[in-house]
Ligand binder design. Structure first.
Ligand SMILES: [Fe+2]
Ligand SMILES: [Fe+2]
Length: 196
């Protein structure tokens, strides 16, 4: 499917201009990071435009979409169903958008919580989603510049900032996010201490 056609169908699927505009920005940012780091830009764009297909589904629907596909739901996901939009989104990308490229599907699956094993493309999407220009936190521009220079460094910085943010707000952190931080060499003790 051509990108323009895909974008048109994503717009219809989401049925919300605000979320659609976000996916377009994420596709652009992912494309840019891919170009910058010698990755496949078409894969990055595709992952970007499709990453939030299930983001607007209510919790009960996300659980139901998993059950009907026999997709396992872990304890964290059961307690925080919103994170399931990543894996459900990948399933919809495959079934309704004909995307079978495992690199693209992996990036979509890991875009919300991150994961212990992330490819450069997975990182590009994760960073594009977190650092697209409409995100408002103060370090955004600086982290975006870092992402253009060094994906792994930017991952460490963004993961540690977001874990600190979640802990401070009392929002539970997914085990996959801790695993990602650990795998990338973020010192979690430091993160937890500075969040307190
Ligand atoms: Fe998302
Ligand atoms: Fe997103």
């Amino acid at each position: 499917m051509h990108f323009t056609e895909m974008a048109k169908r994503v717009r219809a699927h989401l049925a919300q201009d605000h979320r659609y505009a976000h996916t377009v920005r994420v596709a652009r940012c992912a494309d840019l990071l891919a170009a910058q780091h010698g990755l496949d830009t078409q894969r990055a764009r595709t992952a970007g435009i499709l990453h939030d297909l299930a983001r607007l589904y209510p919790a009960a629907r996300l659980i139901e979409e998993c059950r009907s596909r026999q997709m396992p739901i872990d304890a964290f996901e059961a307690a925080n169903p919103v994170v399931l939009h990543a894996r459900v989104g990948a399933a919809i990308a495959r079934e309704e958008f004909g995307v079978h490229d495992p690199h693209v599907l992996s990036a979509i699956e890991k875009h919300t919580t991150a994961a212990a094993d992330m490819s450069p493309l997975d990182c590009a999407l994760y960073l594009a989603d977190g650092l697209e220009p409409e995100r408002t936190f103060p370090e955004r521009a600086q982290l975006w510049e870092l992402a253009k220079r060094d994906l792994a460094q930017a991952m460490r910085a963004v993961l540690s900032a977001s874990i600190q943010h979640l802990i401070r707000k009392g929002i539970p952190v997914a085990p996959q996010t801790f695993a990602a931080a650990r795998a990338l060499g973020v010192s979690l003790q430091e993160v937890e201490v500075s969040a307190n």
